[in-house]
Design a protein around this ligand. Structure first.
Ligand SMILES: [Zn+2]
Ligand SMILES: [Zn+2]
Length: 90
């Protein structure tokens, strides 16, 4: 999964596997994550699924090929999803 740092001065983006993780000192069952570049805590958010797009994901859309997290610009069109569900191709 693609993720990015929301700290304005940082601008880091990468893969979920690169994010720093640690046990939450206030809740042992919880984990906190940190940006590998600026080290701020809990500033990591999911990025758009579209290749080459690093906007923050604001929409989650179920599609026949799986759940997609996208920015507002790359939301899968409902009509496309429906066409795939019915086995039609555009
Ligand atoms: Zn950062
Ligand atoms: Zn996007």
């Amino acid at each position: 999964m693609k993720v990015l740092c929301t700290e304005r001065r940082c601008g880091w983006h990468g893969l979920e596997a690169e994010v720093l993780q640690a046990a939450n000192p206030f809740d042992v069952d919880d984990q906190i994550n940190g940006c590998p570049k600026c080290h701020s805590v809990d500033s990591i958010v999911v990025a758009c699924d579209e290749p080459d797009c690093w906007q923050q994901s604001t929409c989650g859309t179920p599609t026949p090929s799986g759940y997609r997290n996208t920015c507002g610009k790359h939301v899968p069109k409902a009509s496309d999803a429906l066409a795939q569900l019915e086995g039609r191709t555009a």
